[in-house]
Design a protein around this ligand. Structure first.
Ligand SMILES: [Zn+2]
Length: 344
């Protein structure tokens, strides 16, 4: 009987060893330790044993039972731990993979340049104003001293909505619109950035849509020297303190006298190079003292008030600052181009 118990013990331990799931272990437990199991069976036959043998067999049966129980518990724990390990392994994050890039947007270079120029003029006491892009002939031309049939109109052919409504060819109409709201009382000190349109054939330096920033200062005793001082301060802030400006006589219908403003070349320092076409200077904007007719048409008495105005192309300022060689880059929205301005 003791040998039989010994044998059962070995069989049970072997089956526990082979079990590969908690469920399999449970059936081993039922098989050996259950009420209908072989060990119980053996103990039932104890009645036939002698007084002497009985405690020995009882002891052995208990030992075998305990051992089976112990091994079952051990193995159950082992299997449960393995299951957890397996689960953790399946759910773990592989930290050796490179992270996913967070796509960073960028301001369009023209927006960045407009904001930079606005900031400079705000620092000089100017206010930023805006005006409509669809403009009347009255504001786009007439009020700027450009009556119908004026030859200078030929340089600014536009897109007409009706015979007297068009996409504005310049930001200058905002001058007249703003001056009117002041009802003849200065000072008026504004810059107005915005999109303008001309019926031009697109090439490396021309675009049918581009941006301008217009500036205007009207007050008592505003002089040409004020214009020069403001523009020099602006140019040195934008291009660098080592740059200087020069004024060349020019013609605009809405200013008298009128000037073209050149900035000294930053590449050659004025000695002459390819960028400045060997002149040492680069043309950047047009300006002048506001024509008395323009002041009068906008409700200001030219006997009391004087003023200056200037206008610049935003693309030109961006191209000069960032060394861009084709104006069309600004409008084709090529991500490879735009990506270069993430920190601009
Ligand atoms: Zn140069």
């Amino acid at each position: 009987m003791i040998d039989r118990l010994q044998e059962l013990g070995r069989e049970a331990l072997e089956e526990i060893k082979q079990a590969d799931s908690v469920k399999a272990l449970e059936s081993v437990r039922v098989k050996y330790l259950g009420k209908k199991g072989p060990i119980t069976e053996v103990l039932r036959g104890m009645g036939q044993l002698s007084e002497e043998e009985r405690p020995k067999v009882g002891q052995k049966a208990n030992d075998v039972r305990e051992e089976i129980k112990e091994k079952l518990e051990e193995k159950t724990e082992q299997l449960e731990k393995a299951a957890i390990d397996e689960k953790l392994k399946a759910e773990s994050i592989d930290i050796t993979l490179p992270g996913r890039e967070v796509k960073q947007g960028a301001r369009h270079p023209l927006t960045a340049v407009v904001e930079e120029i606005e900031d400079i003029f705000v620092g000089l006491g100017f206010q930023v104003t805006k005006g409509p892009e669809v403009e009347t002939d009255q504001y786009n031309f007439e009020k700027l001293n450009l009556p119908a049939e004026h030859p200078a109109r030929d340089m600014q052919d536009s897109f007409y909505v009706t015979t007297d409504m068009l996409l504005r060819t310049q930001t200058s109409p905002v001058q007249a619109r703003t001056m009117e709201t002041f009802e003849g009382q200065g000072p008026v000190k504004i810059v107005c950035p915005g999109k303008v349109y001309r019926r031009d054939d697109d090439d490396a330096t021309h675009s049918h849509q581009f941006m301008q920033i217009e500036g205007l200062y009207v007050d008592k005793n505003v002089q040409m020297s004020d214009l020069k001082g403001v523009l020099e301060a602006f140019v040195q802030k934008y291009f660098g303190a080592d740059r200087s400006i020069r004024l060349r006589p020019s013609f605009f219908p809405f200013t008298e006298p009128s000037v073209e403003v050149d900035v000294s070349c930053g590449i050659c320092g004025g000695k002459g190079c390819r960028v400045c076409k060997y002149s040492g200077w680069i043309e950047v904007l047009g300006a002048g003292m506001i024509h008395p007719n323009v002041l009068e048409m906008s409700g200001f008495d030219p006997e009391i008030y004087t003023g200056f105005a200037f206008g610049m192309g935003v693309e030109r300022f961006a191209m000069l600052k960032y060394g861009i060689d084709d104006i069309r880059h600004f409008y084709t929205n090529d991500i490879r181009f735009l990506n270069q301005f993430k920190r601009a």
